[in-house]
Ligand binder design. Structure first.
Ligand SMILES: C[S@@+](CC[C@H](N)C(=O)[O-])C[C@H]1O[C@@H](n2cnc3c(N)ncnc32)[C@H](O)[C@@H]1O
Length: 245
């Protein structure tokens, strides 16, 4: 089983969902043309390229793109991953309209100036029938995590702030819930086909309880079962939306 930062991987919900979305992106088998918007240092892009797909990572950060290039070279995947420096709102000028089969937008709407504009740009780059993989941070999980950590002022701030930030020094500009995320995607022209919760328990469980492979396997099972539970969806740390253009 793959490990992250020396610990067993405690959830595969997101990666399983991304693979399903890639497989369903077109009737025919074969490489997809994938855009990873705000793909950063390319952790996901490299995994997607390793499946045989062609990935363009668009990100404004030159440091992130330099790290991405090192990562792709080390993985022997430089031929499958291309980096383009730019902003979500510049997508139309960076990539041909209607050229992508799949667009990944993970952890980006939380930090951009205008999430609606970013999703409209994503819509323009996808071909008709193309798929959007949208991952957003959910605010109720943040409130719960702050309460469990005993950080009650931050919990109250996250609950009452319009952007659900836990303080003025929160690195995220906003968090979402299911209704907001679905509405944003649909307003940009997408049809949402699936919503899964990821990291429902992984960020809450004490680290000492998920050290061994057996414990991590139990946690993966819990995460997989929680991912589609309508009752637990609101508690998930992130929501993974599958949508069609
Ligand atoms: C939280 S990281 C997520 C990285 C990656 N997508 C992931 O899931 O690990 C947010 C990324 O969005 C990028 N970003 C910030 N502003 C952006 C913008 N206006 N357009 C596109 N990407 C942006 C950042 O440089 C960073 O790489």
């Amino acid at each position: 089983m793959a490990k992250e930062r020396g610990r067993p991987r405690t959830s595969t919900v997101l990666w399983d969902g991304v693979q399903r979305l890639l497989a369903g992106a077109d009737g025919a088998a074969g490489p997809r043309s994938v855009v990873d918007l705000g793909g950063g240092t390319g952790g996901l892009a490299v995994r997607v390229a390793a499946l045989g797909h062609d990935v363009v990572v668009v990100d404004p950060s030159p440091d992130a793109l330099a790290a991405l290039e090192r990562r792709t070279a080390e993985s022997g995947l430089s031929g499958r991953v291309r980096s383009v420096q730019g902003d979500a709102t510049e997508l139309a000028g960076l990539l041909p309209a209607g050229s992508a089969d799949v667009l990944l937008c993970h952890g980006v709407l939380e930090v951009v100036d205008d999430p609606s504009a970013a999703l409209r740009a994503a819509h323009g780059v996808l071909r008709p029938g193309g798929r959007l993989s949208l991952l957003v941070t959910q605010w109720p999980a943040t409130v719960l995590a702050r309460v469990l950590a005993g950080q009650l002022p931050q919990a109250l701030h996250a609950l009452s702030d319009p952007g659900h930030r836990w303080s003025g020094s929160d690195p995220l500009r906003r968090r979402f819930d299911r209704a907001e995320a679905v509405e944003l995607a649909e307003a940009a022209g997408f049809t949402v086909t699936e919503v899964e919760g990821t990291r429902t328990f992984s960020d809450l469980v004490p680290a000492a309880c998920a050290e061994s492979e057996a414990e991590a396997a139990l946690l993966r099972e819990l995460e997989a079962r929680a991912a589609r539970s309508p009752e637990l969806l609101a508690l998930a740390g992130h929501l993974h939306l599958h949508a069609v253009r």
